[in-house]
Design a protein around this ligand. Structure first.
Ligand code: HEC
Length: 232
Protein backbone atom coordinates (compact mmCIF):
# COMPACT_ATOMS: atom_id res chain seq x y z
CA UNK A 1 0.00 0.00 0.00
CA UNK A 2 1.22 3.44 -0.77
CA UNK A 3 0.12 6.55 1.09
CA UNK A 4 -0.02 9.03 -1.76
CA UNK A 5 -1.91 11.61 0.26
CA UNK A 6 1.00 12.07 2.66
CA UNK A 7 3.48 12.42 -0.11
CA UNK A 8 3.82 16.24 -0.27
CA UNK A 9 5.78 17.75 -3.11
CA UNK A 10 7.83 20.97 -2.42
CA UNK A 11 5.36 22.88 -4.63
CA UNK A 12 2.42 21.77 -2.54
CA UNK A 13 4.22 22.73 0.69
CA UNK A 14 4.86 26.25 -0.63
CA UNK A 15 1.23 26.51 -1.80
CA UNK A 16 -0.07 25.39 1.62
CA UNK A 17 2.12 27.81 3.52
CA UNK A 18 1.11 30.71 1.26
CA UNK A 19 -2.56 29.91 1.91
CA UNK A 20 -2.07 29.66 5.69
CA UNK A 21 -0.10 32.93 5.73
CA UNK A 22 -2.98 34.58 3.85
CA UNK A 23 -5.53 33.20 6.33
CA UNK A 24 -3.45 34.39 9.28
CA UNK A 25 -3.04 37.86 7.74
CA UNK A 26 -6.79 38.12 7.14
CA UNK A 27 -7.50 37.21 10.75
CA UNK A 28 -5.06 39.85 11.99
CA UNK A 29 -6.78 42.45 9.80
CA UNK A 30 -10.21 41.43 11.13
CA UNK A 31 -8.94 41.65 14.72
CA UNK A 32 -7.34 45.06 14.18
CA UNK A 33 -10.44 46.46 12.52
CA UNK A 34 -12.72 45.28 15.30
CA UNK A 35 -10.59 46.64 18.14
CA UNK A 36 -8.81 49.53 16.49
CA UNK A 37 -11.39 52.26 16.06
CA UNK A 38 -12.98 54.09 18.93
CA UNK A 39 -15.17 56.99 17.91
CA UNK A 40 -18.46 57.24 16.11
CA UNK A 41 -20.76 54.30 15.82
CA UNK A 42 -18.05 51.75 15.02
CA UNK A 43 -16.63 49.16 17.37
CA UNK A 44 -16.04 50.78 20.68
CA UNK A 45 -13.77 51.00 23.69
CA UNK A 46 -16.52 49.42 25.81
CA UNK A 47 -15.08 46.60 27.92
CA UNK A 48 -16.78 43.96 25.73
CA UNK A 49 -16.08 45.74 22.47
CA UNK A 50 -19.71 46.14 21.54
CA UNK A 51 -22.61 47.52 23.58
CA UNK A 52 -25.30 45.06 24.70
CA UNK A 53 -29.01 45.75 25.14
CA UNK A 54 -28.66 45.02 28.88
CA UNK A 55 -25.93 47.62 29.17
CA UNK A 56 -28.05 50.18 27.34
CA UNK A 57 -31.05 49.47 29.61
CA UNK A 58 -28.84 49.73 32.70
CA UNK A 59 -27.54 53.09 31.46
CA UNK A 60 -31.08 54.26 30.79
CA UNK A 61 -32.14 53.35 34.34
CA UNK A 62 -29.22 55.26 35.85
CA UNK A 63 -29.68 58.28 33.62
CA UNK A 64 -33.37 58.61 34.37
CA UNK A 65 -32.91 58.20 38.13
CA UNK A 66 -29.78 60.26 38.75
CA UNK A 67 -31.19 63.65 37.78
CA UNK A 68 -29.14 64.01 34.59
CA UNK A 69 -32.31 65.22 32.86
CA UNK A 70 -32.70 68.17 35.24
CA UNK A 71 -29.92 69.82 33.31
CA UNK A 72 -29.51 67.83 30.09
CA UNK A 73 -33.22 67.62 29.17
CA UNK A 74 -34.61 70.86 30.58
CA UNK A 75 -36.02 69.05 33.61
CA UNK A 76 -38.25 66.66 31.66
CA UNK A 77 -37.68 62.97 32.40
CA UNK A 78 -39.18 61.47 29.25
CA UNK A 79 -37.25 59.52 26.59
CA UNK A 80 -40.11 60.11 24.11
CA UNK A 81 -39.15 63.80 24.06
CA UNK A 82 -37.99 64.69 20.53
CA UNK A 83 -35.03 66.59 22.02
CA UNK A 84 -34.15 63.84 24.51
CA UNK A 85 -30.83 64.69 26.20
CA UNK A 86 -30.05 67.36 23.60
CA UNK A 87 -28.88 69.72 26.35
CA UNK A 88 -29.60 73.39 26.73
CA UNK A 89 -32.22 74.81 24.37
CA UNK A 90 -33.39 78.38 25.07
CA UNK A 91 -36.50 78.02 27.25
CA UNK A 92 -38.66 80.26 29.48
CA UNK A 93 -37.33 78.86 32.77
CA UNK A 94 -33.68 78.97 31.68
CA UNK A 95 -33.22 75.28 32.54
CA UNK A 96 -29.79 74.04 31.48
CA UNK A 97 -28.16 77.49 31.64
CA UNK A 98 -26.21 78.43 34.77
CA UNK A 99 -24.50 81.47 36.22
CA UNK A 100 -21.38 80.37 38.13
CA UNK A 101 -19.83 83.56 39.53
CA UNK A 102 -18.93 85.64 36.48
CA UNK A 103 -19.25 82.68 34.08
CA UNK A 104 -22.21 81.31 32.16
CA UNK A 105 -22.26 77.55 31.62
CA UNK A 106 -24.60 75.35 29.59
CA UNK A 107 -25.63 71.70 29.88
CA UNK A 108 -24.09 69.82 26.96
CA UNK A 109 -25.87 67.93 24.18
CA UNK A 110 -25.39 64.27 25.24
CA UNK A 111 -26.84 62.70 22.08
CA UNK A 112 -24.57 60.83 19.64
CA UNK A 113 -24.81 63.62 17.04
CA UNK A 114 -21.33 63.86 15.51
CA UNK A 115 -21.07 67.63 15.29
CA UNK A 116 -23.20 69.07 18.11
CA UNK A 117 -23.30 66.11 20.52
CA UNK A 118 -20.88 63.52 21.86
CA UNK A 119 -20.83 61.32 18.72
CA UNK A 120 -17.36 62.52 17.77
CA UNK A 121 -15.79 61.44 21.07
CA UNK A 122 -14.58 57.95 21.84
CA UNK A 123 -16.28 55.87 24.52
CA UNK A 124 -13.13 56.27 26.60
CA UNK A 125 -13.42 60.07 26.47
CA UNK A 126 -17.00 59.95 27.75
CA UNK A 127 -15.94 57.50 30.45
CA UNK A 128 -13.08 59.82 31.46
CA UNK A 129 -15.53 62.73 31.65
CA UNK A 130 -17.74 60.86 34.13
CA UNK A 131 -14.88 59.23 36.08
CA UNK A 132 -12.46 62.17 36.28
CA UNK A 133 -14.45 65.23 35.17
CA UNK A 134 -12.17 65.71 32.16
CA UNK A 135 -13.62 67.71 29.27
CA UNK A 136 -13.76 65.33 26.28
CA UNK A 137 -13.27 68.23 23.84
CA UNK A 138 -9.75 68.84 25.11
CA UNK A 139 -8.65 65.58 26.74
CA UNK A 140 -7.15 62.79 24.61
CA UNK A 141 -8.70 59.32 24.45
CA UNK A 142 -6.44 57.44 26.85
CA UNK A 143 -6.85 54.95 29.67
CA UNK A 144 -6.04 56.83 32.90
CA UNK A 145 -4.47 54.98 35.80
CA UNK A 146 -3.70 57.78 38.27
CA UNK A 147 -5.45 60.82 39.69
CA UNK A 148 -2.23 62.78 40.10
CA UNK A 149 -1.84 65.33 37.29
CA UNK A 150 1.02 64.31 35.00
CA UNK A 151 0.98 60.66 36.10
CA UNK A 152 -0.66 57.56 34.63
CA UNK A 153 -2.00 59.52 31.65
CA UNK A 154 -3.81 62.00 33.90
CA UNK A 155 -3.28 65.32 32.07
CA UNK A 156 -0.72 67.61 33.71
CA UNK A 157 -3.09 70.56 33.25
CA UNK A 158 -6.52 68.97 33.50
CA UNK A 159 -9.39 70.68 31.70
CA UNK A 160 -12.35 69.99 33.97
CA UNK A 161 -15.99 70.13 32.98
CA UNK A 162 -17.70 73.29 34.12
CA UNK A 163 -19.98 73.30 37.17
CA UNK A 164 -22.65 72.33 37.94
CA UNK A 165 -21.88 69.08 36.06
CA UNK A 166 -21.84 66.73 39.08
CA UNK A 167 -18.85 64.59 38.09
CA UNK A 168 -17.58 64.61 41.70
CA UNK A 169 -20.54 62.25 42.25
CA UNK A 170 -20.43 60.19 39.06
CA UNK A 171 -16.74 59.45 39.64
CA UNK A 172 -17.74 57.21 42.54
CA UNK A 173 -19.92 54.96 40.38
CA UNK A 174 -18.72 51.44 39.55
CA UNK A 175 -17.02 50.79 36.24
CA UNK A 176 -20.00 48.70 35.25
CA UNK A 177 -22.39 51.63 35.82
CA UNK A 178 -20.19 54.17 34.05
CA UNK A 179 -19.77 52.00 30.94
CA UNK A 180 -23.55 51.44 30.95
CA UNK A 181 -24.11 55.22 30.86
CA UNK A 182 -21.60 55.49 28.01
CA UNK A 183 -23.37 52.66 26.13
CA UNK A 184 -26.77 54.33 26.53
CA UNK A 185 -25.59 57.75 25.40
CA UNK A 186 -23.52 56.57 22.44
CA UNK A 187 -25.48 53.56 21.21
CA UNK A 188 -28.92 53.80 22.83
CA UNK A 189 -30.47 57.13 21.85
CA UNK A 190 -31.12 59.11 18.66
CA UNK A 191 -28.74 61.87 17.61
CA UNK A 192 -30.27 65.34 17.92
CA UNK A 193 -28.63 68.26 16.20
CA UNK A 194 -28.53 71.08 18.76
CA UNK A 195 -25.60 73.45 19.13
CA UNK A 196 -25.22 74.35 22.78
CA UNK A 197 -23.20 77.53 23.41
CA UNK A 198 -19.73 76.90 24.84
CA UNK A 199 -19.50 77.19 28.62
CA UNK A 200 -17.34 79.98 29.96
CA UNK A 201 -14.73 79.36 32.65
CA UNK A 202 -11.54 80.47 34.36
CA UNK A 203 -8.12 80.04 32.69
CA UNK A 204 -7.28 77.10 34.99
CA UNK A 205 -10.34 75.14 33.77
CA UNK A 206 -11.88 75.05 37.26
CA UNK A 207 -8.86 73.29 38.81
CA UNK A 208 -9.02 75.44 41.94
CA UNK A 209 -12.73 74.62 42.42
CA UNK A 210 -12.09 70.89 42.34
CA UNK A 211 -9.52 70.37 45.09
CA UNK A 212 -10.01 67.32 47.27
CA UNK A 213 -10.87 69.56 50.24
CA UNK A 214 -13.67 71.03 48.11
CA UNK A 215 -15.06 67.83 46.62
CA UNK A 216 -13.76 65.06 48.89
CA UNK A 217 -11.20 62.31 48.38
CA UNK A 218 -10.99 60.02 45.39
CA UNK A 219 -11.03 57.11 45.59
CA UNK A 220 -13.19 57.04 48.72
CA UNK A 221 -11.49 55.77 51.89
CA UNK A 222 -12.11 52.07 52.41
CA UNK A 223 -15.18 51.09 54.40
CA UNK A 224 -15.78 51.73 57.26
CA UNK A 225 -14.41 55.28 57.27
CA UNK A 226 -14.50 57.52 60.38
CA UNK A 227 -18.23 58.04 60.66
CA UNK A 228 -19.45 54.74 59.27
CA UNK A 229 -20.23 51.47 61.04
CA UNK A 230 -21.74 48.19 59.97
CA UNK A 231 -24.64 47.30 62.27
CA UNK A 232 -26.80 44.65 60.63
C1 HEC B 1 -26.78 70.19 37.66
C2 HEC B 1 -26.70 70.09 36.22
C3 HEC B 1 -26.16 68.81 35.62
C4 HEC B 1 -26.50 67.51 35.95
C5 HEC B 1 -27.47 67.03 37.02
C6 HEC B 1 -25.74 66.68 35.06
N1 HEC B 1 -24.97 67.42 34.23
FE1 HEC B 1 -23.74 66.74 32.75
N2 HEC B 1 -23.16 68.63 32.34
C7 HEC B 1 -23.67 69.78 32.92
C8 HEC B 1 -23.02 70.92 32.35
C9 HEC B 1 -23.27 72.38 32.73
C10 HEC B 1 -22.11 70.44 31.39
C11 HEC B 1 -21.19 71.27 30.49
C12 HEC B 1 -19.82 71.38 31.12
C13 HEC B 1 -18.89 72.21 30.27
O1 HEC B 1 -19.35 72.85 29.32
O2 HEC B 1 -17.69 72.21 30.57
C14 HEC B 1 -22.23 68.99 31.42
C15 HEC B 1 -21.45 68.14 30.64
C16 HEC B 1 -21.60 66.77 30.60
C17 HEC B 1 -20.82 65.88 29.78
C18 HEC B 1 -19.70 66.30 28.84
C19 HEC B 1 -20.28 66.45 27.46
C20 HEC B 1 -19.43 67.24 26.53
O3 HEC B 1 -19.74 67.27 25.32
O4 HEC B 1 -18.46 67.88 26.97
C21 HEC B 1 -21.28 64.62 30.00
C22 HEC B 1 -20.79 63.32 29.34
C23 HEC B 1 -22.34 64.71 30.96
N3 HEC B 1 -22.50 66.03 31.32
C24 HEC B 1 -23.07 63.63 31.42
C25 HEC B 1 -23.97 63.72 32.48
C26 HEC B 1 -24.61 62.57 33.06
C27 HEC B 1 -24.48 61.14 32.58
C28 HEC B 1 -25.37 63.03 34.11
C29 HEC B 1 -26.15 62.22 35.10
C30 HEC B 1 -25.43 61.13 35.73
C31 HEC B 1 -25.19 64.47 34.16
N4 HEC B 1 -24.35 64.85 33.16
C32 HEC B 1 -25.79 65.29 35.08
C33 HEC B 1 -24.64 69.83 33.90
C34 HEC B 1 -25.21 68.74 34.53
Amino acid sequence: MSYKGLDQSPKRIIFTSVISTLIAATMVIILISSYGCGGGNGPSNLPNGTPSMNQVLQGRAILTSFGCVDCHNRGVNNPSDSNWLAGYIPNPTGAGKFQIGPFTTYAANLTPDKTTGIGGYTDQQIYNALRYGLDPASTPSVVITSTTPGQGNFPSTPHYLAPPMPWPSTRNMSDNDLWAIVAYLKYGIKPVSNSVPASQGPPNFWASSYTSSAIGPYPLPSYPAGNEQFTP
